[in-house]
Design a protein around this ligand. Structure first.
Ligand SMILES: *Cc1c(COP(=O)(O)O)cnc(C)c1O
Length: 373
């Protein structure tokens, strides 16, 4: 069995909850989804509106839609992110303005400032590798240019900044989380949007249910609307009871995941400090629950060989991410040198809550062997 790059950490609790949903015979969007939304609010300690969705990508998509921008407006986004961020922008009829990144993989606001024009109406920064320390700079810039902000916080559910959870910060405009199979907590597939903008929340809640007006409140009583109006394009993007059941149990375990991942993070830091030629992207937990563990190579040319060596030793690795401006659908006519350099130099090593001490040691040992022989 290979040492996996990432995976969910599941137990009998999730299985039992799903069986409960199956026994109750109401699989779609109902009381479990409402409970999950309420529990997210309680966990994050926020009074913001929470709108769950069937994926993190759909949460981002309905966030963009809810801004009511004009077709052909631009939303700025870093090149180093999962393609989901860009797909969410283009699905809403907007054009991604792809920007360069800083050394930590986060959106480079100075690069955005070089590219900005009158049709740029929003910015979608990404909490790369769970860090959102640079968000205040984005908000300063956004307010100076009157941009809306949609935070792609897919990596950072449960993370804190200034002692407050991401999603519960007062400066935030719209924050989107992912609960897909490998994120900090999972619903199997799922996502959520948080905002204190009641209008955005209302549009998002309707749009996730085919834009059937106020259908959410009916569904939460396990009813549905029969006489309704629809005033805009909607989608089948709601979370189901079946998936919410998994999320409800996962949320109860998040502090356990935090502790386990902190322990693994610390082990990696200590082992990597003894290896020449490689260093961790982030060397401080900083109140994060890391979603991925990214390492930086001194010599980019060695990346492919290291990945191959690891694979030969049954250790998976990943690349977060191939720059989006290289993809045919999103190709830019300008270069983004820092994103390219970031891509060439970084890889991700196995990181999930179920990694054992032996596995963590084996990964570090093999990396050391690669560099030191
Ligand atoms: C996972 C992820 C998403 C999308 O979330 P899904 O739930 O998989 O749709 C968006 N952005 C980033 C950076 C992600 O890692």
């Amino acid at each position: 069995m290979p040492i996996r790059l990432s995976k969910a950490s599941l137990g009998p609790e999730e299985k039992n909850r799903i069986c409960e949903v199956l026994d109750n015979d109401y699989l779609g969007m109902g009381t479990y989804v409402k409970t999950f939304e309420d529990n997210i609010k309680t966990y994050l300690q926020t009074s913001k509106e929470v709108v769950t969705a069937n994926t993190g990508t759909s949460a981002l998509h309905i966030a963009v839609e809810a801004l009511n921008l004009n077709k052909g407006d631009y939303v700025a986004v870093p090149s180093i992110t999962y393609v989901a961020s860009l797909q969410a922008i283009s699905a809403a009829g907007m054009i991604p303005l792809i920007c360069d990144v800083k050394d930590n993989g986060f959106l480079d606001v100075q690069d955005l400032d070089k590219r900005i024009h009158s049709k740029v109406k929003a910015v979608m920064p990404v909490h790369y590798a769970s860090s959102s320390n640079d968000m205040p700079e984005v908000y300063d810039y956004a307010s100076s240019k009157k941009l809306r902000v949609i935070e792609d916080a897919a990596h950072s559910f449960g993370c804190l900044r200034n002692d407050k959870k991401v999603g519960a910060q007062s400066e935030e405009d719209i924050v989107c989380f992912s609960f897909d199979g490998i994120k900090n907590i999972t619903c199997g597939e799922g996502g959520a949007l948080l905002t204190s903008d009641k209008e955005v929340a209302k549009i998002a809640a309707d749009v996730r249910l085919l834009a059937v007006e106020n259908d959410t409140s009916a569904r939460f009583q396990q009813k549905r609307s029969w006489d309704f109006d629809v005033k805009r394009q909607g989608y089948r993007y709601h979370l189901s009871n079946t998936h919410a059941a998994i999320g409800i149990e996962q949320l109860k375990k998040i502090e356990t995941f935090r502790a386990k991942k902190a322990h693994i993070f610390a082990s990696y830091l200590s082992s990597l400090s003894k290896i020449d030629g490689v260093k961790p992207l982030l060397n401080d937990l900083n109140n994060m629950i890391p979603h991925i563990f990214v390492i930086e190579l001194q010599h980019a040319e060695r990346k492919a060989a290291l990945r191959e060596f690891l694979l030969k030793n049954d250790i998976q690795s990943g690349e977060h991410y191939k720059p989006n401006h290289l993809l045919s659908f999103y190709k830019t006519d300008y270069e983004l040198p820092k994103a390219m350099n970031f891509y060439k130099r970084h890889l991700s090593i196995p990181f999930h809550a179920d990694l054992t001490d032996n596995e963590v040691e084996a990964v570090a040992q093999k990396i050391s062997e690669f560099f030191h022989g």
